[in-house]
Design a protein around this ligand. Structure first.
Ligand SMILES: *Cc1c(COP(=O)(O)O)cnc(C)c1O
Length: 383
């Protein structure tokens, strides 16, 4: 392998998560799998490949560059939806290639109509309405106007969705705000229905709302983090486990991250290891080098505190995380040999390093740690 580490994606884990989520939401609710942030760091192209093998056929991204990567890579018929950024000239490309995109203001609506006329094909749009997050979305006071423009340009637009996003469904502290948002959303839907603007689907729920607010699933949900086997928050996890009387986490992690032991040497008691004086050997030791550092997404904050698995045993990070490598203690793993598999995230033997434990060590939330895994690490699909 040319690269110093590899990310593996488990097909059986994704299949299991997908089946589990489908089972919870029932057959009347469809799923879009959210793959923004390089598929939460899993690697967008490889992840889409596995996801399609598992039967997933609708993907949501944040921006047009992500949609473009899928489009370049993908020869199948999955639907792609852009929930955020797309520059005006790219709207033409999106329409031509039947890529769905959010319309959240008049400018975007007019651009959709303009380019639809230019390429003689309707734009497939999702109208995003402002319900209280105050981020993006069509406001109540402009809705009549927007509706009129839609009515005047029926042939240019397919209203595939009407949607909104909740401001923090993963925390009970936001309960009242979420309910208000849902009420606002229903008002919008009523208003638009009265003008005969009916969407193919209505969607508001991400992972957290899908789990904690079943009534807000409508007929379509946008699932990100759960699909990858993580929970939006400890609260969502506990809520689900309690409601379903579960004892074991039903989700499986898809990702593992592996490297190899690059070198091995002994160090005398009292000597310092690595840069500066961050680690001093308290006894005669054997240390190993793993060719993964902060430039590969192994956080510097794991200096002197992270660990990896070698031969099914814990090996601690000694001293600081370097740009391209870490030094680990293998004194108590005498059987460790150069070339042995090193697990940075995932299972080995009886032990496991979860992203969660990794994030606890580094104080990053799952979402952030995952998306920090660099694009240029190779991804491979495993069973
Ligand atoms: C990221 C995102 C989601 C998915 O969120 P998860 O918590 O990962 O399920 C859904 N909808 C929108 C608009 C998003 O930006």
């Amino acid at each position: 392998m040319f690269h110093s580490s590899t990310i593996q994606l488990s097909k059986s884990a994704l299949q299991s998560n997908y089946n589990y989520i489908k089972n919870i939401i029932g057959k009347d609710v469809d799923i879009s799998c959210v793959v923004k942030g390089n598929a939460y760091g899993h690697g967008i192209e490889s992840f889409i490949d596995v996801a399609e093998m598992c039967g997933i056929n609708h993907f949501s991204v944040y921006s047009s560059d992500e949609a473009y990567r899928i489009w370049l890579h993908n020869s199948t018929n999955s639907e792609i939806m852009i929930m955020g950024w797309i520059d005006e000239p790219e709207i033409e490309w999106a329409i031509e290639n039947e890529i769905q995109f959010y319309v959240f203001n008049r400018e975007r609506l007019e651009a959709a109509i303009k380019y639809s006329k230019k390429v003689s094909k309707p734009a497939i749009i999702h109208l995003e309405v402002e319900t209280g997050m105050n981020r993006v979305g069509i406001n109540k006071k402009e809705i009549n106007n927007i509706c009129q423009t839609i009515i005047d340009n029926r042939e240019s637009l397919i209203i595939d969705g009407i949607c909104t996003h909740y401001a923090g469904a993963e925390s009970i502290a936001n309960y009242v705000r979420i309910h208000n948002q849902n009420k606002q959303f229903k008002d919008f839907v009523k208003l638009m229905s009265a003008k005969n603007i009916i969407a193919n689907r209505y969607h508001t729920a991400s992972s957290a709302a899908t789990i904690s607010y079943p009534k807000m699933r409508n007929d379509f949900v946008r699932i990100g983090i759960l699909m990858y086997g993580f929970w939006p928050s400890p609260e969502t996890f506990i809520d689900h486990m309690t409601k379903h009387k579960l004892h074991l986490d039903p989700l499986k992690r898809i990702i593992s991250w592996k490297s190899k032991l690059m070198s091995k040497k002994s160090v005398k008691r009292g000597q310092f290891v690595g840069y500066g004086n961050q680690f001093q050997a308290q006894r005669d030791m054997i240390v190993g080098v793993v060719p993964v550092g902060y430039s590969h997404g192994f956080a510097r904050s794991l200096s002197n505190s992270g660990h990896v698995l070698i031969k099914g045993q814990w090996a601690n990070v000694l001293g600081s995380v370097n740009m391209n490598l870490i030094i680990v203690g293998i004194t108590d793993i005498p059987e460790a040999e150069i070339g042995d598999e090193v697990v940075l995230i995932g299972e080995q033997g009886e032990r496991v390093i979860t992203v969660h434990s990794f994030t606890e060590m580094t104080e990053h939330i799952n979402y952030e740690l995952l998306t920090r895994l660099p694009d240029n690490l190779p991804r491979v699909i495993v069973e």
